[in-house]
Design a protein. Sequence first.
Length: 256
Amino acid sequence: MRLFKKCIALMMCAVMIFGIFNLNKTTSDAAGLYIVRVGLTEHLKAQDSISISTKKIAIGYCVNNTFSEHIHFYNAKGFTFKPATGYYLVSNKVYPTYAKAIAAYNKALKISASKKYTYLCMTGKNKWNIYVGGLDNIDTVNGFKSKLKSKLSTAFSITSYNGHRVVISGGKTNLMYDGADSGQYVQIVANVLNSKGSQTLTANGYEYRGRMEIAPYGGDKLTVVNVLNIENYLRGCVGTQMDATYPHEALRAQAV
């Protein structure tokens, strides 16, 4: 009977992992561990905003299963993510490096009328644009176009909300990312250890290991996807899915 129960527990665990989550082997993981993407649908689905209380974060892209950090940000009060709704002017020029993009961004900030509506936007790996807007009135946003073109020596195109843009508040730079063209969203990771010595991110009061992908995925609400290796996933999920009073063999089977 004990062997039968163990086999059932193992099969349930296998169905849960391989049937629900998309597993990808990563070449960047030194241990050769599988990476899982876990939609945090219980607490962090269809949210108007996501608050990250972690003070230091790195932002980057995961390409070919390898995550690369692009920029680091610090804010004592953390960061807030919201869908970037409204109309935006988007620079036709794409900047290949953060240094070139931030130089253009600082030029755009000198236009006082549009300063608070100006954003540095990540549109793909090594792709940056200047976005200006976030307003519901298209005529007001279009009114910034001529001065921006003159200041940055590039044309701007008007665009409405596309279901893939997110604004990050916190820090000194107005930052956005747009996953429409590349089909990819940025991911964030903690750049600081918590009180227990672990590298975790805290979103809306919930703490998670690994990286987070925060996006509207074509809608107007945000959902968080936790991206982490299978070891860290199992470390967190066994305790939440099975009570410690369960038989020892069942707990072992769940962790396999």
